[in-house]
Design a protein around this ligand. Structure first.
Ligand code: HEM
Length: 485
């Protein structure tokens, strides 16, 4: 897909400051272990945009300049593609929205995006809430059995909740726990292996010799067959009751969704019709899109949820304010409906501030498809960019006290306003996350469910380390003490 060869850094970085290659080579292990610390160091030393060799070998421009991020993602997006770092996922998960490009991507995006509109989200909210409640009931039972206090790895808990939510939102309520666990396990193993092939490309011959690539191809095949099974079952027996108001049609010429169909994402994919032909997707395309939704909507949300509860454990005053807001809205004793979520702006600010400090998609890749230019900086075809979202979100020139947790930053009317592209947890431009409203709703719902039943406290003063892979995960377990609220 992006068969554009890498350019040497001398051609690629032009007048930009560069980290000398010997330094990136020497530091490649440190960069692999602690990319955030090393990128921050390079950028604060050389300026907001710098040329370096990723892993000591791959010439790349890293930027934390919001204007350049906007140029690439939005203003001049036609000149940029994702790089092979993203396209490599096609081998395991297929060509879905996240990995697709060009006319094919646009056609799919037009088809799928309406499925995430507000009226559909209202229906999905019920599926999300059910999954959140199942988790909280289970944790309450564990707490009771443990005599009222428990230490939990909140990342493991939130990974389970987030997968339950995306699986339930995609396939409805018919999936058993065992099936869901198997899907989650396959996706986790594929992702972990994929990250290794990128981080340690020199191990590829070893993986080939040991059959590790083949094993993961087989896992990917198993995933496809599992998902294919669900699709075929749904096609054979479509109906479980759904409420008429949530079963609205969602493309101009898609057939009306009858009230007997489930309101989940699979049904949305099955019902969607291309505007030009009036036809639906092929089974293979459906499989690709369903896989990509599972992948894109799982780990990102799990990380945001984990970091949010971690931050609230360290900021009990913010947790108290979420509870007060909820009580003031008359929602202390029951879960909110979708339409009531807007009455809880502070809880949304907590979600936003969490993703500023810990953006789950902490870095984005793009490659220049043709020659371009940005404020006098020549950008030759083939230039590889890393848009360093974590660096933008903690840029001292954009955010006062950038490392402090202050949800009020996102309150309406704050001065000075947040500059364009200084906050981009969901990316920007036409490839903005299609699930952004889904994710914000999900995270707000889990936050409210969690604080309705539990109080979280840190078990150590030391800040948790990060493990930036494809997404920004905590390093190791994220232990929190939990008690009843
Ligand atoms: C906190 C949670 C989430 C974060 C931080 C997040 C972040 C992102 C970002 C930054 C992108 C753009 C990638 C790029 O431009 O290279 C993206 C794309 C995407 N996301 Fe999300 N995402 C989240 C949740 C979700 C959920 C819940 C879903 C699905 C239900 C989803 C589905 C997608 C898809 C399909 C794309 C590709 C869109 C396209 O290129 O047309 N994401 N996401």
């Amino acid at each position: 897909m992006s068969e554009i060869p890498d350019l040497p850094l001398s051609e690629l970085a032009g007048p930009l400051p560069r980290v000398p290659r010997w330094r990136t080579l020497l530091g490649s292990l440190a960069m692999a272990r602690q990319p955030i610390r090393n990128l921050d160091r390079a950028l604060s030393h050389h300026g907001d945009t710098v040329g370096l060799h990723l892993g000591g070998v791959r010439p790349c421009i890293v930027t934390r300049d919001p204007a350049l991020a906007q140029h690439i993602l939005q203003k001049n997006h036609r000149r940029y593609l994702k790089s092979d770092l993203t396209h490599g996922l096609i081998r395991y998960l297929g060509r879905g929205l996240l990995t697709n490009e060009g006319a094919d991507w646009l056609r799919q995006r037009r088809l799928i995006q309406p499925g995430f509109h507000r009226q559909r989200l209202a229906a999905l909210t019920r599926l999300m809430q059910a999954a959140a409640e199942e988790w909280s009931q289970d944790l309450r039972a564990r707490l009771a059995a443990a005599g009222g206090g428990l230490t939990v790895d909140i990342h493991a808990e939130m990974t389970r909740v987030a997968f339950h939510i995306i699986a339930q939102a995609t396939f409805g309520t018919s999936m058993t726990d065992a099936e869901r666990n198997r899907l989650s396990d396959i996706l986790t193993r594929i992702q972990a292996f994929y990250v290794r092939t990128i981080r340690q490309p020199y191990l590829r011959p070893w993986f080939t010799a040991r059959g590790t690539f083949r094993q993961h191809d087989a896992l990917s095949q198993e995933l496809r067959e599992l998902v294919r099974g669900y699709i075929r079952r749904r096609q054979a027996a479509p109906g479980t009751p759904a409420s008429p108001e949530t079963a609205a049609p969602f493309t101009n010429n898609s057939p009306p969704v009858t009230p007997t169909l489930p309101d989940d994402l699979l049904q949305m994919l099955l019902d969607a019709r291309y505007e030009d032909t009036g036809e639906g997707m092929s089974e293979e395309q459906l499989l690709d899109e369903a896989n990509i939704l599972l992948l894109a909507g799982h780990e990102t949300s799990a990380n945001a949820l984990s970091w949010m509860l971690y931050l609230l454990a360290r900021h009990p005053e913010a947790a108290a304010q979420v509870r007060q807001e909820r009580a003031a809205a008359g929602l202390a004793q029951r879960p909110p409906e979708f339409a009531e979520l807007t009455q809880l702006p502070y809880s949304m600010q907590v979600v936003q501030e969490t993703m500023r400090l810990y953006p789950p998609a902490w870095i984005l890749d793009r490659v220049a498809l043709e020659d371009d230019e940005f404020r006098g900086l020549p950008i030759p075809k083939g230039t590889l960019f890393s848009i360093y979202i974590h660096g933008i979100h903690r840029h001292p020139g954009l955010w006062p006290e950038p490392d402090a947790f202050r949800p009020e930053r996102f309150a309406p009317g704050q001065e000075p306003p947040i500059p364009a592209y200084a906050y981009l947890p969901f990316g920007g431009g036409p490839r903005l996350c299609v699930g952004s409203h889904f994710a914000l709703t999900e995270i707000q719902l889990v936050l409210l469910e969690a604080l309705r039943h539990f109080t979280f406290a840190p078990i150590s003063e030391a800040p948790a380390g990060t493990d930036p892979l494809i997404t920004l995960r905590p390093k190791g377990p994220l232990w929190l003490a939990v008690s009843s609220a």
